[in-house]
Each structure stands twice: as C-alpha cells, then as structure tokens.
Ligand binder design. Structure first.
Ligand code: AMP
Length: 211
C-alpha cells in the first residue's frame, strides 16, 4: 500500500481518527496540522498567538505559518519512509508547496453531509494529547476523562455553531480546488465517511488496497 497519504474532509469528517489508524497500520507518523497548531496555541508561542485568532474564527491560518510547521515536521527522520498528512494541504498554494518536496501517492477525502458534521462536532470532546471522543457515539468510560491518559476532556474552542458554519464554508471554498487538483492527477479517492469509524476505516483500506 502507499505510504504517503493525505486525508481531507470537512470539519468533523473523521480525518483525525482515520489518519491515526492508518498511521498505526503503516508504521508511519500521523501529522495533523490542526494538532500542531493547537499545540503552538497551548504553548503560547509567537506562532501560536498568530494562529489562534484565525482558528477561533474558523478561518485558515496563513500559509507561511502552516507550510513552515509542516515542512519542518516532514523533514524529521521518522517521516523519511512515509507519512499520513491530516488536514494539509487545505488550499492550492499548500498543495503546490507539498509538490516541492515529495508529494502524496494517494489522497483520501471523507464525504460527510453538513447536518452530520454539526451533530458530530457538538458531541466531540478531546484530551490535551489529542485523543478524541464523542459523548453520544464513542463516550469515554468515565465521563469527562480520557481513557488513555486520564486527562480531563475539553470541547474545542472552534466548536460553536457559528464557527462550524464558517469552517464548513472555508472548506468548500478553499479545499474544493485542492480536491479537483488531485482528481486531475488521478490521486483522489472519495470515500463515504458516514457510519462508525471501523466501517470508514475498512472502506478506506479496501479502496486504497485495490488502487
Ligand atoms: P482541524 O483540526 O484539521 O479541523 O484544524 C483546525 C483549524 O486549524 C482549522 O480550522 C484552521 O484554522 C487551522 N488549520 C489546520 N490545518 C490547516 C491548514 N492546512 N491550513 C490552514 N489552516 C489550517
């Protein structure tokens, strides 16, 4: 199977869950630009302070920031033999920046209807290390506490209805051209992202294994 994969999809589309499973399966790092940016915000770095306002408004963080942290991460030794990029590239200029290095061998886009996106994000809780739960569909064993590391679960700051509307609009406006770009190169796999995470994972594996 390919070892350089890009996972895209709307907010709440299940990119992170899928990417972490694929990364484990293939033994390559899961590189999430959203997680890296949230970490910068949590550390109150100069870069994080610049990114925060865009994230809280549901807009894309400027390219120069995102391309820099992604390029730096891709240059680390554990990414030499492959990677799963989660949420990057999200606009054409980023796709171009990725071509300047080694581009993806396949791009998976999870397709999830808008009303499902709202339901998923309203119930979503994450721990500071990034483990994801949904209070309705995949609750932690103890309410409010991460099963894996015991840390308190939180709702993301960009989970309000208005911000989710903006994130969805941004996705449609900025990321659709990226999908068209990869489609034109014959790399795009559109996969139904509804149902439980196991089903989605199996769908993606069979799609990629038959490609
Ligand atoms: P995510 O966790 O993938 O939903 O990303 C959360 C937020 O981080 C997004 O709403 C953007 O503000 C920002 N972000 C993540 N990835 C990118 C990217 N590739 N380009 C620009 N902004 C990004």
């Amino acid at each position: 199977m390919h070892r350089r994969l890009v996972i895209l999809g709307p907010p709440g589309g299940g990119k992170g869950t899928l990417a972490s499973r694929l990364a484990e399966h293939l033994g390559v790092p899961h590189i999430s630009t959203g997680d890296m940016l949230r970490l910068e915000v949590a550390h109150a770095s100069a870069l994080g302070s610049r990114a925060q306002a865009f994230m809280n408004a549901g807009e894309l963080v400027p390219d120069e920031i995102v391309v820099e942290i992604t390029t730096r991460r891709l240059a680390e030794p554990d990414a030499a033999d492959g990677w799963i990029l989660d949420g990057f590239p999200r606009e054409l200029s980023q796709a171009q920046a990725l071509e300047d290095q080694l581009g993806p061998e396949a791009v998976v886009v999870l397709q999830v209807p808008d009303d499902e996106v709202f339901i998923r994000i309203a119930g979503r809780r994450t721990c500071p290390s990034g483990h994801v739960y949904n209070v309705r569909r995949s609750p932690p064993k103890t309410p409010g506490v991460c099963d894996i590391d015991g840390l308190p679960l939180q709702q993301r700051e960009d989970a309000s209805e208005e911000v989710v509307e903006e994130r969805l609009a941004t996705y449609k406006r900025e990321t659709t051209p990226v999908l068209d770009y990869y489609d034109g190169k014959g790399l795009l796999h559109r996969v139904d992202g509804t149902g439980d995470p196991d089903q989605v994972y199996e769908r993606v594996l069979s799609e990629l294994e038959s490609s």
